[in-house]
Design a binder for this molecule. Structure first.
Ligand code: ADP
Ligand code: MG
Length: 557
C-alpha cells in the first residue's frame, strides 16, 4: 500500500483506543470533567461492569447550548487556549479528547444546563455522530450517560474482565478521586448497589474512614510539610498498620491521581527500617506544586507526570513522611523488627502437627534427603546436614511451601479444615475490596472463609482456613483481597488464595524455633511436592555440597 493519511474516523478510533481502555477509563474522564466544572456533588452509576451503562451526574457549571456540539469535537476544550497555557495547566483535563473518544466507542447521551441560560440541552450521539438534539430543563449541571461501551469493538470487549472485576476497577477509581477531593460529595452505585457515599465535608480523614474504615482512619498520622512553593499534605499509616502490596498508596499531584514510581520510592525510603520486606504502608498524599514545575502532558490518559526537579520532590516527600512518623513511639526506636514489642512476637508458635499431612502411600518421590537439624541462625534460617552436605533453610519460605501444598490438597479433596472464630472479627472493606469479595465469593467459601455482610461495607469474618488459624485475621483477609484483585494475572484464584493463606499462616523470619519444631518443619517439607521452592518461586533452601565445602577449604587437590 502507498503511504496515505488515514481517514478521520480511523484516526479518532485509534485515539479513542488510547484514552478509553476499559469502563473505568470512561468514569475517570467524566469525573475529571465534573471536577473541572467545579462540581460539589458527583454521582456515578454503572451497570454490567460499566459496559451496559455508565452515568455520571454533577452540579457543575454545565455546558452552554452553543458549545455543546463542539464539546464532542476532537481537540475542543475550554481549558487551554495557547501553547503558554500548556506550560501551566491547573485543570484535570486539557487535551479535548475525552468526550469525542467516548462517543467514538459507545452510545452517549448528555443533559446539561448552565445557570445563565433559561433552557438546557439534551443530545444523543451514536458512533460519534449527533442523532438527536433537543432543549430540556434540569438543574444546573451535567449528566452524561454512556451505553453499550465497545459494542462495535469486539476485540476490546473480549479483553475486558468479568463485570465484577471491572466494578472493582471503577470502585477503586472513584475512591481515589474521593480521596483527592474531600470537599466533593461522591456517590457510587454499582448495579443499583450503593458502593460508596462520601460526606464531602472537606476532611481527608473522613474520606479515609469512609473508604478504609474508621479504625484504620484513626491510626493514620498527619503529613504536612511546606517547602517554598511545594506543599505536601495527607495521611500516612503508623508502621504497625501494613498491607502486603502497594495498592494502598494513593498519590496526587495538584490533586491529579498519578502513578509515580518516584513518589512510591520516596515514601518507602521514609518507612525504611520500620517495615519488613513485603510490607507496605497506607498513604494518601497530595503534592501541590506550581504548575510550571511539572509536565502533565506525557500520557494519553494523564496517569503519569514528570517533575522538573525530581530530587527536591523526592526529598520533600521523604522528609514529610519522616516528620509524621517521628512523633510515634515505634519510629523513635528504629529498627523495631525484632524488638520485644513488635507484633510478630505475639504470633502463635509454629503449629505442631502430629498427623502426617500425606499418607505414606501418597508420598511423592522424595526430592530431599533425610536431614538432621543442626541449629538456627538469626532466628530465620535452619542449618541442617544431609548425606550430601550442608543445607540452609529459610524457615518462612519452607513453612509457606508446606502450608500451600496442604491447603491446596485439602481444597482439591473439598475438605478444607476450617477454624471458626470464637469472636467474629468485624472488618470495614473499601469499595474495591467489597467488589473483590463479591467476585470471589465461591473461592473464598471453598477455602473456609466465612465472610458475612453486616451493613454498609462492614463484614463479619466468622471462620478462616485452619492453616491460617494463628494469623491476624484482618491482615490475612486484606492481603488476600489485594492478591485476588491484583493485576490481570494468569494465576487462578485458588492459587492466589492458597498463596496468601500460606504466607500469613507460616512462621515468620525472626521467630525462634525449638529443635523439635525445626525437625517437624523439615520432616513436613521433605513430604511436599516441590520442597526446594516456596509458592512464589523463591528458593526455600541453599545447598552446599560436601564437594563444594571441600573445594572451598582447599581440601581437594
Ligand atoms: P477536556 O476535558 O480535555 O477539555 P473533554 O472532551 O473531556 O476535554 O471535554 C470537552 C469540553 O466539554 C471541556 O473542555 C468542557 O468545557 C466541556 N465539559 C465536558 N464535561 C463537562 C461537564 N461535566 N461540565 C461542564 N463542562 C463540561
Ligand atoms: Mg475532560
Amino acid at each position: 500500500m502507498p503511504i496515505q493519511v488515514l481517514p478521520s474516523e480511523v484516526v479518532s478510533k485509534i485515539a479513542a483506543g488510547e484514552v478509553i481502555e476499559r469502563p473505568a477509563s470512561v468514569v475517570k474522564e467524566l469525573i475529571e470533567n465534573s471536577l473541572d466544572a467545579g462540581a460539589t456533588e458527583i454521582a456515578v452509576e454503572t451497570q454490567g461492569g460499566g459496559v451496559e451503562l455508565i452515568k455520571v451526574s454533577d452540579n457543575g457549571t454545565g455546558i452552554p447550548q452553543s458549545e455543546l456540539e463542539l464539546a464532542f469535537c476532537r481537540y475542543a476544550t475550554s481549558k487551554i487556549g495557547s501553547l503558554d497555557d500548556l506550560e501551566k495547566i491547573s485543570s484535570l483535563g486539557f487535551r479535548g479528547e475525552a468526550l469525542p473518544s467516548i462517543a467514538a466507542v459507545a452510545e452517549v447521551e448528555i443533559f446539561t444546563q448552565t445557570s445563565s441560560e433559561s433552557a438546557g440541552s439534551n443530545m444523543r450521539l451514536t458512533q460519534g455522530k449527533v442523532v438527536r438534539r433537543e432543549s430540556c430543563a434540569r438543574p444546573k449541571g451535567t449528566t452524561v450517560t454512556v451505553r453499550r461501551l465497545f459494542r462495535y469493538f469486539p476485540a476490546r470487549l473480549k479483553f475486558l474482565k468479568s463485570a465484577n472485576t471491572e466494578n472493582s476497577h471503577i470502585a477503586n477509581l472513584v475512591s481515589q478521586y474521593a480521596l483527592a477531593f474531600p470537599e466533593v460529595k461522591f456517590n457510587l452505585a454499582l448495579d443499583k448497589r450503593s458502593s460508596l457515599h462520601t460526606a464531602g465535608d472537606g476532611d481527608l480523614r473522613t474520606v479515609v474512614s469512609t473508604i478504609y474504615g474508621s479504625e484504620l482512619a484513626q491510626k493514620m498520622l498527619d503529613v504536612d510539610r511546606k517547602e517554598g512553593l511545594m506543599k505536601i499534605s495527607g495521611l500516612a499509616s503508623l508502621p504497625s498498620l501494613v498491607r502486603s502490596n502497594r495498592n494502598s498508596l494513593s498519590f496526587f499531584v495538584n490533586r491529579r491521581w498519578v502513578h509515580s514510581p518516584l513518589l512510591t520510592r520516596a515514601t518507602e525510603e521514609a518507612y525504611h527500617g520500620l517495615l519488613m520486606n513485603g510490607q507496605h504502608p497506607i498513604v494518601v498524599m497530595n503534592v501541590s506544586l506550581s504548575a510550571q514545575e511539572l509536565d502533565v502532558n506525557i500520557h494519553p490518559a494523564k496517569a503519569q507526570i514528570k517533575f522538573c526537579h525530581e530530587q527536591s520532590v523526592f526529598s520533600g516527600v521523604q522528609k514529610a513522611i519522616e516528620e509524621a512518623l517521628a512523633g510515634t513511639p515505634i519510629a523513635s526506636s528504629k529498627p523495631v523488627l525484632f524488638s520485644a514489642s513488635s507484633t510478630q512476637w505475639q504470633r502463635p508458635r509454629l503449629v505442631m502437627d502430629n498427623e502426617p499431612v500425606f499418607a505414606v502411600s501418597q508420598l511423592p518421590s522424595l526430592e530431599l534427603p533425610i536431614l538432621r537439624v543442626v541449629g538456627q541462625i538469626a532466628n530465620t534460617y535452619i542449618i541442617a546436614e544431609g548425606p550430601d552436605g550442608l543445607y540452609l533453610i529459610d524457615q518462612h519460605a519452607a513453612h509457606e511451601r508446606i502450608l500451600y501444598d496442604r491447603i491446596l490438597a485439602q481444597w482439591e479433596q473439598k475438605q478444607v479444615e476450617v477454624q471458626g472464630l470464637l469472636h467474629p472479627v468485624t472488618m470495614e472493606l473499601s469499595p474495591k475490596e467489597e467488589e473483590t469479595v463479591i467476585a470471589n465469593k465461591v473461592s473464598l467459601a471453598e477455602f473456609g472463609f466465612t465472610i458475612d455482610h453486616f451493613g454498609n461495607r462492614s463484614y463479619l469474618i466468622r471462620a478462616v482456613p485452619a492453616v491460617a488459624a494463628g494469623a491476624n485475621v484482618i491482615e490475612i483477609v486484606s492481603a488476600l483481597l489485594d492478591n485476588l484483585a491484583a493485576g490481570d494475572s494468569l494465576i487462578p484464584p485458588q492459587d492466589k488464595v492458597a498463596q496468601s493463606v500460606a504466607c500469613h499462616g507460616a512462621v515468620k523470619a525472626g521467630q525462634q524455633l525449638s529443635n523439635e519444631e525445626m525437625r517437624e518443619l523439615i520432616k513436613q517439607l521433605e513430604q511436599t511436592k516441590q520442597p526446594r521452592s516456596c509458592p512464589h518461586g523463591r528458593p526455600t533452601m541453599i545447598h552446599l555440597s560436601a564437594h563444594q565445602l571441600e573445594k572451598e577449604f582447599g581440601r581437594l587437590a
